[in-house]
Design a protein around this ligand. Sequence first.
Ligand code: SF4
Length: 661
Amino acid sequence: MLLEEAAAEILRPGGALACALPGFEPRAGQLAMARRVARAIDLDERLLVEAGTGTGKTIAYLVPAILSGRRVVVSTGTRTLQDQIASVDLPRLQRVLPRPFSFAVMKGIGNYVCLRRFHDHRRQLDLAATAAPGTARVLAWAERSPTGDRAELDGVPEEAAIWRDITSSPETRLGKRCPFVADCFITAMRRRAAESQVLVVNHHLFFADLALRSRFPEAQVLPSYEAVIFDEAHQLEDIATEIFGVQASTLRLFALGRDVERAPTGPLGAGRVESVARRIEAGTHMLGQVLRGRLPRKSGESDDLRMPMPDDLWQGEVLTRYHELDTVLEEASVLLARLAEDDGSELSGPSPPAPAKAAVLTGLAQRAAILRTDLDEIVSSARRDSVRWLALSARNVTLRASPVDVAPLLRESFDRHAGPLVFTSATLSTAGAFTYMRERLGLADTAAEATFASPFRFDQQALLYIAEDLPDPTHEGFAAAAAQRALDLCRLSRGRALLLFTSFRNLRIAEEVFRAHDEFPLLVQGQRPRQALLDELRTRVGSVLLGTQSFWEGVDVPGEALSLVVIDRLPFAVPDDPLTASRIERIREDGGDPFGSYQIPRAALALKQGFGRLIRSRRDRGVVAVLDGRILRKSYGAALLASLPESCPRAFTLDEVRAFF
Ligand code: SF4
């Protein structure tokens, strides 16, 4: 049987899934998408597939991918989706599909506990007899975890300090020389991956593999594969930009200093290593200070400030501090490498054994050398194809060099792959065309395209309210007026709302207005972890959640708990953001129209993502409110509106919203 027919047989009404899975509703869009993906896999095609919310796209691509019998990589934008596919969708299909298959999950090694670091850390805690709250829980979990993947443990935030001490990283891995290699979680994860038909990874890991292969053709992170399906493919450009760039941060330098300080040296090396560790920390501190001193700090805009690196930054005291740090990193790598080569006399002493100590020292020496090279590349490279920029937060200064345009790099990588490539998401096209995504991903005319509309009845389930009477968002009175309108809307919806902002400044103003009236339980980004906020929005019906960029996508709150989504401004990328500014400049230099070909489509996709938060099931009902009247007044507004569901009725007064609710 053709793959297309085999997939359709599984998904059709009365097919295997409908018979075996309680609650499974056959959907025409899902069936059609599965057929199209099956054809792409059969014909080794590249395919862009937009599947509206509710299509059931995960099952639509998994079924043909599994039935093809080929080794398939499924790459997701977020670890949340990766975990969902591995814990829900694939086990279900294993029970139902006539063809047995195996699957494995691979994440970046920073997600897994490193047994060597875990044992080192526990030994240090025993010596110190103190531990941060929550540490005992993590340590008890790590003892019995089957995978060592920290996603298994609920309730310990990603940023908890304990993870820094016990998880692996490319720079701390010892590989075969490690005394724990036989039980190592990462070795086991790679073994499972090598033996599985379906491999679930994320875009970060996928591109890390590509970046490594492009530098060292023999090296690879992922086992070989025949087909790739990119889910949440609209995130590919941003993630590729991150991975193909270079970054060095004060946090990374401090972490090196801390690990060097704990290096397992013998008595002869201890003093020298301790001194070099302290100098790394002091040098990092000094460089961080002078960098902050040289850069303007806009207050209240954002917790993370991104700005282009001034051309004259690396002069005077900044340059002096950089040279000092460069010198100590070089000293550190030479000293640690020399101690590692020592015949063992300096390294003798209590466990771990000398060969393991030597391996730790070699790893640290390499880490210092890599950081030095990365810093050097950022400081000295001013290339046309890359943009150098800084990100400042209260705790960290990050220096980056990022490719301005990743399309050529992606094109080259995709061209090296002979098999099928499927790119899917709920948001790939703008105003019905895939032009923008093709250009940004380097696909030009090499990919076919298909669209499967959402099965939701937007004509009955949703209302698009546009506040055409509010001041223009560039007007200084806008934020306060928009906050008041958002409050009026929440009164009509009885809370149950997600308020999406494009800036922290406007979020703070709205927070003040809502707190002054104190009518709804308020959940505010940054005050608790994202997942905790979403859980409360879901369970405490009537709450109002205020969030910026990271809440525009990936929020899935079906049911009445989310009945109103308010979008304060049209989500244009900030034009003075270093990456956006350099992309605009590049398009202009190449004779293009950056506003029409880059800024509008990007905003349209973000708006479509924001809109997509509202209706998550056939039973959902609610209102999306856009408080930025430029969507009606400006000529570009038509392109943005054309990216939203055509059948969704529009309203312009609060009375209409009241009537809807
Ligand atoms: S092999 Fe690497 S990741 Fe595994 S326990 Fe040893 S050092 Fe850690």
